[in-house]
Every structure is written in C-alpha cells, then in structure tokens.
Design a protein around this ligand. Structure first.
Ligand code: IPE
Ligand code: IPE
Ligand code: MG
Length: 247
C-alpha cells in the first residue's frame, strides 16, 4: 500500500486513459476487447477517487481526433459509453457523484446525448465528487469556442478588451467553475498531451506511467498520488519563498 498524505490530496485529477489498443494487441485480441476491459479500470478508478475524497476527476474518454478511427471502433466506444452510463447511474447517485461533460456533445449520436443529459439531470444535486467526462473533446476547439463567445459579447458591447483577464477567459471554457487539474496522469508511456486541457494544465503536475489503461487500478492511482505529493509546486516562486525562509 502506497503511503499517501490524506491532507495533501490533489483536488482535481485528470487522466488521459491511453493504451486499450496495445493491451488488446499484447493479448492477441481485437482493439474493442481492450476498450471493454478499459471500462473496468474506469469503474475502479472512479470508486477509488470517491473513497479517497478527490473532488474532481476528469477522464479523457474520446477526443475530436478519435472520430477519424475506423467506424466500427467508434461505434463500439459510443455503445460502451451509453451502456456504462445506464448501468452506473444509480451507483453514481448513491455515491453522491455528479456527472459533467466537456466537449462537443452535439457531435455524439443522439441516443448517447440523451443518456448523457438524463444522467447529468439525475446526478445534478450530488456534491461528493464531480466526474467530468471529456467527450468529443479538443483543447484547441475549446479555446476557439471561448474566443468566439468573447467576440460575440464584444460586438454586442458587453465586454471591453481590457476586461478579458485570465480568470474571465477561464470562465468561458467548457470547464468553467472547475478548478484547474492538480495532477494529470497519462497511461501507456506516451509523453504528450494529445490536445487535452491545453489552457488548464499551465501549472498541473504531470505523471506518465507505462502501465496500459486496462491494467491501471487503485494501487497505480495511489502510486501516482504519492509521486505528486513528493513534488514541490513552486508556481514560479523560489523554494525559499515557499518555505518562508526568504533571506
Ligand atoms: C485509449 O486507448 C482509448 C481511446 C483513445 C478512446 P487507445 O485506443 O488509444 O489505445 P492505443 O493507444 O491504441 O494502445
Ligand atoms: C488520447 O489518446 C485521447 C484519449 C485518451 C481519449 P490517443 O490515443 O487518441 O492519443 P494519440 O493519438 O496517441 O496522441
Ligand atoms: Mg492511444
């Protein structure tokens, strides 16, 4: 059991759940079997985060770029998502978990959109943890969407250029109201961001593990949190300033 400090937990954990395809390949299975197995890891990590008292968990489940994958794989992923939400909704309510979605929801198949809206509605009052699902998500699109909103407000005379601060811009993103991630985990060893939360990760601690997503479990999560807790987050300051030992 990893030793973690319950007083220094990350408030918001974001995860790039990568490696389902490689997991399946290693086992000589098709890619879709990897996604099916990946759902178990999703369930385990959500439960573990809730038990630990993590306040926001953002999961990158499907990127805008992922639409370019073979239709069969895209259909299977959409089917798994719908099935997951239908099966887990009751459990989410019991565990006080609120569902939120970031991304171009309008791109998703209509039945999936309906299930998402129903689940968000049923979990609306829950305040134990926010499960923030990134679906048809892209960081660049999110930023452009915010810029378009601000320009529309400018044209209507509702905002002046000098009023557009970092705080105000953040409130125009799909993640409005949600604090930036403290810890970003990527499974499967790739050192890249793949268009995830580009604006929000300015000062996020990054953790990359070689473990493939279907093998990621509670223990792996604790390892990532322990690593996070060993870091000094300086936000541009000096170590001495942070420790109150400024000469
Ligand atoms: C992550 O696993 C799941 C999604 C992107 C939807 P991948 O399907 O990307 O798995 P690899 O990267 O091919 O191993
Ligand atoms: C990132 O994984 C997207 C999700 C986990 C949903 P990808 O597998 O799509 O990323 P790349 O293609 O390796 O950058
Ligand atoms: Mg991948």
């Amino acid at each position: 059991m990893e030793d973690i400090d319950k007083e220094k937990l990350p408030h918001h954990i974001a995860i790039i759940m990568d490696g389902n395809g490689r997991w399946a390949k290693k086992k000589l299975l098709n890619r879709i079997s990897g996604h099916v197995k990946g759902v178990n890891a999703v369930r385990e990590v959500i439960t573990a985060c809730r038990e630990l008292g993590i306040k926001v968990l953002t999961l990158y489940a499907f990127s805008i770029e992922n639409w370019k994958r073979p239709a069969e794989e895209v259909d299977a992923l959409m089917g798994l998502l719908k099935e997951y939400l239908q099966k887990e909704c009751e459990e989410m309510v019991q565990n006080n978990i609120r569902l939120n979605v970031i991304g171009r929801i309008e791109d998703l198949p209509p039945d999936v959109q309906t299930t998402l809206r129903e689940t968000m509605e049923k979990t609306r009052q829950d305040d134990g943890m926010i499960l923030n699902l990134a679906l048809s998500y892209g960081g660049r699109s999110e930023i452009l969407h915010a810029v378009q909103g601000i320009l529309a407000d400018f044209q209507r005379g509702k905002v002046k250029p000098e009023e557009i601060t970092v705080q105000r811009f953040s409130q125009c993103l799909w993640t409005r109201g949600i604090p930036d991630p403290d810890l970003l985990i990527r499974t499967s060893g790739e050192f890249r961001i793949s268009n995830f939360l580009l604006w929000q990760i300015a000062y996020t601690e990054l953790y990359v593990t070689d473990t493939l997503w279907p093998d990621f479990d509670r223990q792996e999560l604790l390892k990532a949190i322990a690593d996070y807790q060993s870091r000094e987050r300086r936000f541009g300051l000096t170590s001495e300033q942070l420790n109150g030992r400024e000469e």
